[in-house]
Ligand binder design. Structure first.
Ligand SMILES: [Zn+2]
Length: 53
């Protein structure tokens, strides 16, 4: 689904940062509310935010 064209002009660090911020397939997920990193779950164990997955 991701467009690849933009990567041609991006550094490896930029690509890594972009993928890290949007990779919802990763085992580790960072809560958008409190920043707590946890394994993918429906609810943040730190603040209780319901992430809907
Ligand atoms: Zn949280």
């Amino acid at each position: 689904m991701l467009e690849r064209n933009w990567r041609e002009g991006a550094s490896e660090a930029e690509i890594a940062a972009a993928e890290a911020s949007i990779d919802l397939e990763a085992d580790e997920f960072e809560c958008p509310a409190c920043g707590h990193a946890f394994e993918k779950a429906g609810r943040c164990p730190a603040c209780g935010l319901n992430l809907g997955f």
